[in-house]
Design a protein. Structure first.
Length: 78
């Protein structure tokens, strides 16, 4: 694989820039670990990451809600 091809693949990887404590926004509806629905547009904080590339996100409402979210379903809040 050439350096250019690697760069193109990496640049499009949605998880490439996410770290713990980043504020993110959902781009798709998800369900929290407790079964509460979260709508696209909800904002939360990344509090952990998993080996499969997904992230544990904590949401302020309902208080302390946690959801495991795929990187493709998140975007950074700037």
């Amino acid at each position: 694989m050439t350096v250019e091809a690697f760069y193109r693949l990496r640049r499009t990887e949605p998880a490439a820039g996410f770290r713990e404590f980043d504020i993110v926004e959902l781009t798709a509806d998800v369900v929290t670990d407790d079964g509460d629905p979260m709508k696209a547009g909800a904002q939360g904080t990344i509090v952990g990451s998993w080996d499969d590339g997904s992230f544990e996100v904590e949401f302020p409402e309902p208080e302390g809600a946690l959801a495991t979210v795929a990187a493709r379903d998140l975007r950074p809040v700037v």
